[in-house]
Design a protein. Structure first.
Length: 193
């Protein structure tokens, strides 16, 4: 069985250390949404969540909820995400995830915009990148798959997407309002540096 990791945001507690008791080895914390030039959101619990996870030895990573509707928007959002990741104390020592699932993005050139977002993060020095979305978006080839792919597919017998790095299989792990995923390659759950 693959290693478990959790996805947390401001909906969860500030101190998330207790999730380690569920057998998880890693966590991906929502950091940002949008950009400083548009709708800007920074998770107010992100610092405490990442610090509490690191304090108990969880591999800790960050995600950005994409709102971009153009290549320039995507680059602005990557800048915003990178700046906040650094403010949280990360410097290339975690996986940065593009969370691309907002239905408004379907008609906005989401594939190319996601490529622009990831390329900008690379230009800023980030090397461990991943794309998260629903299985149906990967089936429809809406998103690039050159980087790690983390697939949400609830109620299925398997991830359902060839080459998936990770599978988010539930949003109600052990009856808790907690998204849980299997990590197939160790990217999210084993030390990378």
């Amino acid at each position: 069985m693959a290693n478990l990791f959790a996805d947390v945001s401001s909906y969860q507690a500030s101190d998330i250390a207790a999730i380690q008791t569920l057998g998880v080895l890693g966590v991906v914390v929502k950091a940002t949404e949008g950009s400083a030039t548009g709708t800007a959101y920074q998770n107010p619990k992100a610092l405490t969540q990442t610090q509490s996870a690191l304090a108990v030895g969880l591999q800790t990573h960050l995600y950005h909820y994409a709102r971009y509707t153009s290549g320039q928007d995507a680059r602005n959002e990557a800048d915003f995400f990178s700046e906040y990741a650094q403010a949280l104390g990360f410097n290339g020592d975690c996986v940065l995830v593009a969370d691309v699932e907002d239905p408004t993005l379907v008609t906005t050139g989401v594939y190319n915009n996601t490529v622009a977002f990831l390329q900008r993060l690379r230009e800023l020095g980030w090397t461990k990148l991943a794309v998260y979305s629903m299985a149906s978006w990967f089936w429809a080839n809406r998103l690039p798959t050159n980087d790690a792919i983390w697939v949400a597919n609830y109620g299925a017998a398997s991830v359902g997407v060839e080459g998936a790095t990770a599978w988010q299989f539930t949003n109600n792990y052990q009856g808790l309002p907690l998204d849980m995923s299997y990590d197939y390659t160790g990217l999210f759950t084993t030390p990378q540096f």
